[in-house]
Every structure is written in structure tokens, then in C-alpha cells.
Design a protein around this ligand. Structure first.
Ligand SMILES: Cc1ncc(COP(=O)(O)O)c(C=O)c1O
Length: 369
């Protein structure tokens, strides 16, 4: 082999320009057991039935899972009354979002999303050398018309999060219908419904009904939030048959592990845990929003298991300083400057004692001179 001292491996163009996804912090300096309210996880844990199923899978660690995840596929299909062959299972929604980008995007194509869109969409698109177009979100809410304005002949995917992360806001069924109707038929509307189970507003939809008869809608769901199985990484997509078939061609064959598949099946059957999780959010979301509003903070109305809170710009009272103050009090919340929201914090709803501690700590923070 001739030596080529000037040649070295180079990632393809654009990769090194990608800002990596920043997960919520999990530690607080000097605090032994902080409360993590930065990851939008299920504060109640997970279904006891799921845990039992996970432990029960310990005897199968030497074998590969069923690559089609047939049992889980059928359980999801039955529960949501959708066709099992139109489902794609993934190692979390995260993997599915990457697979969707890889399936559709060529260099020079573009995706359209909201200004505060969940970071994973853009990362996956940039990895495909596609352009990321972000429409302004007045009042922290996706605006259908502003999204449609950015769509052109190179647009392949439009991403909507419903309810959205990190804002917590949601779009109505009528708005999603209008968005879908405004898109050319070759553009895929991806509706990420990670937090959908927490939104009980009658005008809301997770998009499954819209997707049923459409040839260009994909809806994604996750077991990480309502079901509390974030550690196991299980997500799914409901897609038109030809799209599910295309995505499946590049899906890693054994992408959902046996313990994850079995726990997810059990979680889906545990309607008691699901109801308890939703009731917890419905009890504490209005309470925390009201309490923080009472302290003079702006809280964006949320349909998810977290709230977005705006802090004053006054030195000493800012979001960044509140984040540090709360961490010192053992409460880890999420700074969202990387989403273009330096004046806000995103706070996952905690247990009663966490929520009360949070209000007390913020009252102290805001009162301090
Ligand atoms: C909007 C949104 N989509 C997708 C995900 C990823 O979900 P999963 O845990 O299934 O990968 C998250 C996780 O926080 C999210 O907030």
C-alpha cells in the first residue's frame, strides 16, 4: 500500500456541523439524590405488570428477538384498532425518526418544522444532508399557514409534534386536517404523538384517525412517557403500507429487544397504571401552572406531562439562574436555551412533594433581593 499522509477519514459534509442532542441533566452538584424533572419521564415509574414481564424475560437473553415484534405489533394494532402490517417498531421513537429521514431525504431536500421543534428531526435530516426549515411559532404554538409557506418542491417531510416538546402546546384536529390538505401528496406529514396520551382536550387528535385513509401521514407513538418505559426504548409508527414497507427495509432487524417487547405488551394491558399516570398529570398540571402563575411567572398552557415557564429578564431572576438555584435545592429542571428559549425552563411534573418543593423554592428565588 502506498502511504497517503494527507488522506484521512472524513465524515460526510454537514455531519460535523450538527449540534448533538442534549439530554436533560440527571445530576446536581453536591446533592446526593436530586429529583429529575428534566426528562419528561413518568414520575410514577412504570406499570408493575411491565416490570414483571421484563424480569420474566431474563431466561431469554441468549436469543434474538422476533424481528417483526409480532406480539407487540398485534397488541398495539388491537388496542388502537389499526392494521398490524402498517406498524413499524423502533428502538424508541428516536430510531424511527432517523429511519423516516433516511428513507425520504436526499442531499438538497428539505424538512419543514416549527421553530421550537424537537431536536431529533433536524439532526436526522442534517445527517442526510437535507436542509432544515423552521417556521415561526407565534405564542409558542405551531402555525399551519407559516409551515405551509415554507414547503416547496424539495420538501419531503413536515414534522409536527402534538403536543409539542418543549412548549407543551398542541394543534387541533381541524388545524392538522388543514395542514394535511395544504401539502402536496408527495410530502409526508409526520405527527409525533409522544405526549398525546396526556392531552384530553376534545379538539385534540394524535393523528391516527387522519392517518388511516391518508397515503402521506405517519404517526409516531412511544412507550417512554405514559407507560414509563423510557429506559427500554420502544416506539412505534403507523404509516401507509408502502411507507411502512420502505422503512422496514432499512430498519435494523432486531431493533427492539425481548425484554422491551415483553414489557411493552404488558404495559399496554395495564390500563390501571395508564389511568393513574394520566390522573396524576391532570391533577398536578393545572395546580403547578396556577401556582407558578401566582408567583408572576408566565406558564404556557400545556397538554403534556411538563410545563414551559418563562422567567423575568431581570438579573438575579433569570431562567438560567433559577435552574442553578433549583439544582442546589435538589430539583433538576431543563434549561431550553438550545431550543431558542433562553428565558424559559421546561419542568416535568413531579410527585406532589416535588411540585410543592418546586413552588416553595421558586417563591424563595423570586423573593430574594
Ligand atoms: C417530542 C418527542 N418525540 C420523541 C421523543 C423520543 O421518544 P423515545 O423515548 O420513544 O425515543 C421524545 C422524548 O423526549 C420527545 O419529546
Amino acid at each position: 500500500m502506498t502511504a497517503h499522509p494527507t488522506l484521512r477519514p472524513e465524515p460526510k459534509p454537514g455531519i460535523l456541523g450538527i449540534t448533538p442532542y442534549k439530554p436533560g441533566k440527571a445530576t446536581a452538584e453536591g446533592v446526593a439524590h436530586p429529583v429529575k424533572l428534566s426528562g419528561n419521564e413518568n414520575i410514577l415509574g412504570c406499570s408493575p405488570m411491565a416490570r414483571e414481564a421484563y424480569v420474566g424475560a431474563v431466561g431469554e437473553l441468549n436469543v434474538y428477538p422476533d424481528g417483526r415484534g409480532t406480539t407487540l405489533r398485534n397488541a398495539i394494532a388491537e388496542r388502537y384498532r389499526i392494521e398490524p402490517e402498517r406498524l413499524v417498531l423502533g428502538c424508541g421513537t428516536d430510531e424511527i425518526l432517523h429511519l423516516i429521514n433516511q428513507t425520504f431525504l436526499e442531499p438538497g431536500d428539505n424538512i419543514v418544522q416549527g421553530q421550537y421543534a424537537f431536536g431529533a428531526y433536524g439532526i436526522g435530516a442534517r445527517a442526510c444532508q437535507a436542509e432544515v426549515r423552521s417556521a415561526a411559532e407565534p405564542n409558542y404554538r405551531l402555525d399551519v399557514d407559516l409551515i405551509l409557506e415554507l414547503v416547496d418542491e424539495r420538501t419531503k417531510l413536515v414534522f409536527v409534534t402534538n403536543p409539542a416538546n418543549p412548549t407543551g402546546t398542541f394543534n387541533t384536529e381541524a388545524e392538522l386536517v388543514r395542514l394535511h390538505q395544504g401539502l402536496p401528496p408527495n410530502v409526508v406529514l409526520v405527527i409525533d404523538a409522544a405526549y398525546a396520551e396526556f392531552c384530553t382536550d376534545p379538539t385534540f387528535t394524535d393523528g391516527l384517525d387522519l392517518a388511516r385513509d391518508a397515503e402521506n401521514i405517519i404517526v409516531t407513538h412511544t412507550f417512554s412517557k405514559l407507560h414509563g418505559l423510557a429506559a427500554l426504548r420502544v416506539g412505534w409508527a403507523y404509516a401507509p403500507g408502502p411507507i411502512a414497507d420502505a422503512i422496514d427495509r432499512i430498519r435494523p432487524p432486531f431493533n427492539v429487544s425481548i425484554p422491551a417487547l415483553e414489557a411493552a405488551v404488558a404495559a399496554l394491558a395495564d390500563t390501571e397504571f395508564q389511568a393513574k399516570s394520566l390522573a396524576h398529570i391532570e391533577q398536578w398540571r393545572p395546580w403547578l401552572s396556577q401556582q407558578l402563575g401566582g408567583l408572576g411567572l408566565n406558564v404556557t398552557p400545556s397538554g403534556a406531562n411538563f410545563i414551559l415557564v418563562e422567567f423575568p429578564k431581570t438579573p438575579g431572576k433569570t431562567a438560567a439562574e433559577a435552574e442553578v438555584f433549583l439544582a442546589r435545592h435538589g430539583l433538576i429542571v431543563r434549561g431550553v436555551a438550545n431550543y431558542g428559549l433562553p428565558g424559559h425552563l421546561r419542568i416535568t411534573l413531579g410527585l406532589e412533594e416535588h411540585n410543592r418543593a418546586l413552588v416553595a423554592a421558586l417563591a424563595e428565588f423570586l423573593a430574594a433581593r
